[in-house]
Design a protein around this ligand. Sequence first.
Ligand SMILES: Cc1cc2nc3c(=O)[nH]c(=O)nc-3n(C[C@H](O)[C@H](O)[C@H](O)COP(=O)(O)OP(=O)(O)OC[C@H]3O[C@@H](n4cnc5c(N)ncnc54)[C@H](O)[C@@H]3O)c2cc1C
Length: 414
Amino acid sequence: MDDEVLIVGAGLAGLCCGIRLQQANVRFRILEAADGVGGRIRTDTVEGFQLDRGFQVFLTAYPEAQKLLDYNALDLRCFEPGALVRFGGAFHRLTDPWRRPVQGLASVFSPIGTFTDKVRVGLLRSRVLRGTLEDRFRGQETTTLRALQTSGFSSSMIDRFFRPFLGGIFLESELQTSSRMFEFVFRMFSTGDAALPGQGMEAIPRQLASGLPTDSVQLNAHVVRVDAQSVQLASGETLRARAVVVAVEGAAAAKLLGGAIPDAAQGVTCLYFSADRSPVDEPLLVLNGEGHGPVNNLCVPSIGAPLYAPGKQHLISASVLGIHPADDASLQAAVRQQLAGWYGPEVNRWRHLRTYRIPYALPRQSPPALSVPERAVRWQPGVYICGDHRDNASIQGAMVSGRRAAEALLEDFA
Ligand SMILES: Cc1cc2nc3c(=O)[nH]c(=O)nc-3n(C[C@H](O)[C@H](O)[C@H](O)COP(=O)(O)OP(=O)(O)OC[C@H]3O[C@@H](n4cnc5c(N)ncnc54)[C@H](O)[C@@H]3O)c2cc1C
């Protein structure tokens, strides 16, 4: 039997679109250019280490993920709320006082921000928790930096904490990302945990794909042309269907469909090292609050999720914002030099495993970027579009966009 719908791309958006079509008993096929599902969420096994293709975290509060994923089966390993901030030659622990009251008291006296800043965090928290999640995308929109300044945060709090913390999430440290995205992320961090699946981030798309009909995903199928009721593969083959859903990254969608699809992106460079001894002893994010050095944030996934590293070894990930212009060897040397300043000469004994350069990690979301209603998922009759660039640059945004595209299509079919 012919497929009724062809979905281009097996990232989270394409997979969630398929899940919704399956619920409605609509036959579909997902065409994926790569050799596996997951898109930007893939994990490579290298010498027994699980290397996510770019460090990222899963936020357990994502409502769409709560609906579709089995968290127990993902064996989620949560980070401690808060962060360790490197500043002035020392590490300072910043704890979420609402979730860890005792340690939270200690962070009130840390040099990262003033006492008033910590009170403002509380006020901000109660504001972003009000109303629905959609309300966060309806409020006034400005840049994150402007929103923080208008909320009265001191420049020391912004530079030492918010810049590296949000920089690691938005993958840009100028904080030019929409304030709506900031409020969304802040709400998600306030109501759930940041976690890693025990065996790597790719477990998330793999779990979604495992619920789809066998043979509904065709790998190594690169689509080169999309029309209302057909797609052409790089092999020259043409496939026909009642409708096509384009579930690829913004830049790839712009190539396939043309038109006004934003294709600007934030990139990131991620270096992985192995070590016999972990430089941190808790599952905490380490942030660079010093304002210099290539590394923005560091983490040791194997501290909370031991299967990220074999035996008694540890896996260290260091994220550098943007695509660093230096070649791998020079970048590695600069990263080691910075981290040796933090952790001492043992850093020179860390073994470099791999460097990932990811030019399209997130669609750029400077204002005016996000609004309600979200970007339309109907492209032209018979062609639909989804992906994080239609909603917001996150696992939640990608998943919702896939469902929205499927629901628009089902409405039109009806
Ligand atoms: C390094 C990094 C860090 C991140 N950090 C976080 C984080 O901490 N928290 C968070 O929530 N989100 C994070 N994200 C964002 C999150 O991973 C993405 O928003 C989400 O995975 C996007 O899913 P998608 O389905 O929209 O797109 P993609 O995952 O990009 O899927 C698109 C798919 O389409 C395929 N494709 C493209 N062109 C074609 C073609 N012509 N033919 C066939 N197939 C094609 C691609 O191969 C790909 O599989 C991060 C992303 C990266 C890369």
